[in-house]
Design a protein around this ligand. Structure first.
Ligand code: ZN
Length: 127
């Protein structure tokens, strides 16, 4: 599935290739999902940090992960994506196959309504 940022989203995170040093800006949602380096193709770019505040309601993979002890997030994952929690950071689809956490984050960040709900959970937590 090609990456489709929402209209309010801006790329705000710097990544650097550990092999060739190429740096680029990516959307927060892409962290943890990045493919090979666009320049040398050899390695997986590494997250260097945010360089600009996200203008939309993006929640990075790390913050999403921190929210996994939030029952409302677990409900959202179950209801929105039809996945059931196996344990703390592990979810399975209806066929019982394990679904990577990165994919769950990606799916939630690709829908404005779900992205907003995750953002609200994060903001409640941050207070
Ligand atoms: Zn590279």
């Amino acid at each position: 599935m090609p990456f489709q940022p929402l209209p309010d989203d801006q790329p705000s995170c710097t990544v650097e290739c550990p092999a060739c040093g190429h740096r680029g800006l990516v959307y927060e949602q892409q962290l943890g999902l990045l493919g090979p380096c666009p320049v040398c193709g050899a390695a997986r770019p590494r997250y260097m940090g945010s360089v600009a505040p996200g203008s939309g309601r993006q929640v990075s993979f790390g913050r999403f992960r921190d929210l996994l002890d939030e029952p409302r997030l677990l409900s959202l994952i179950e209801e929105a994506l039809g996945l059931c929690p196996l344990d703390a950071e592990c979810f399975a689809d209806a066929q019982g196959r394990e679904v990577p956490l990165e994919d769950i984050h990606y799916a939630l960040q690709g829908n404005a309504g779900w992205q907003g709900q995750v953002y609200n959970l994060h903001m409640n937590r941050a207070r």
